[in-house]
Design a protein around this ligand. Structure first.
Ligand SMILES: *[C@@H]1O[C@H](CO)[C@@H](O)[C@H](O)[C@H]1NC(C)=O
Ligand SMILES: *[C@@H]1O[C@H](CO)[C@@H](O)[C@H](O)[C@H]1NC(C)=O
Ligand SMILES: *[C@@H]1O[C@H](CO)[C@@H](O)[C@H](O)[C@H]1NC(C)=O
Length: 181
């Protein structure tokens, strides 16, 4: 192709293809998201994660957003489990590091389960159970952090962010429990 033809071709491609891609991923910080995240300690992370979730856009009340926040935390626990699975058998890791990661994997399998139970608790209005179970998920990530103490791994970063997601979800759920939707 001649340079100009190539340009026209690429330009047409961009105009035709990019807008649908942009439309497919709208991020919309709704008033409700801002109100819900005002209760949380990690507001920027809260707004980012809720606005990125398509279900948040249609949420009618804070309960809907608490559900999204819990689901995001649960998904994060599952993703972290997968991340560990991919590296735990790396033969270049020292046995003690492998053991630490293996313990972390158990912790995050449990954390995902606790958060799924918390989703059910929220729907049932069982706020005390929810609070206990989200705190167990947080304790799971603390246990993981202890297992890998002294080792240089990416896990510490994951532990910190996971804890923030849990704390945010708990704060929104608490706001619902105290003041209703
Ligand atoms: C963003 O939120 C506003 C107000 O809730 C709504 O009218 C609009 O349709 C939303 N846009 C998208 C892309 O979801
Ligand atoms: C809150 O929103 C959910 C859907 O997100 C809906 O099922 C529920 O009835 C709403 N509750 C109130 C009190 O409006
Ligand atoms: C877990 O969530 C955090 C915060 O959104 C993100 O930075 C991190 O990459 C996620 N972890 C995985 C393994 O997807």
């Amino acid at each position: 192709m001649k340079p100009f033809t190539t340009f026209v071709f690429l330009f047409t491609l961009c105009v035709a293809v990019l807008p649908p891609l942009i439309v497919a991923h709208p991020t919309n910080v709704t008033k409700l998201i801002r109100q819900a995240c005002a209760h949380t300690a990690h507001k920027a992370l809260c707004v980012d994660t809720l606005a990125a979730d398509p279900i948040s856009q249609g949420a009618a009340n804070k309960t809907g957003l608490a559900l999204v926040a819990l689901r995001v935390a649960s998904q994060n626990a599952s993703d972290i489990t997968e991340l560990i699975k991919a590296s735990v058998n790396d033969p270049s890791l020292a046995p003690a590091v492998q053991q630490g990661l293996s313990d972390c994997m158990d912790n995050y399998v449990d954390a995902a389960q606790q958060l799924d139970d918390s989703l059910a608790a929220l729907l049932a209005g069982a706020h005390d159970d929810l609070s206990i179970w989200v705190n167990v998920a947080i304790a799971d990530s603390d246990s993981c952090e202890k297992s890998i103490q002294g080792f240089k791994t990416e896990m510490s970063k994951e532990n910190v962010k996971f804890r923030m997601l849990c704390e945010n979800a708990l704060a929104i759920a608490k706001a619902v429990a105290v003041a209703g939707n």
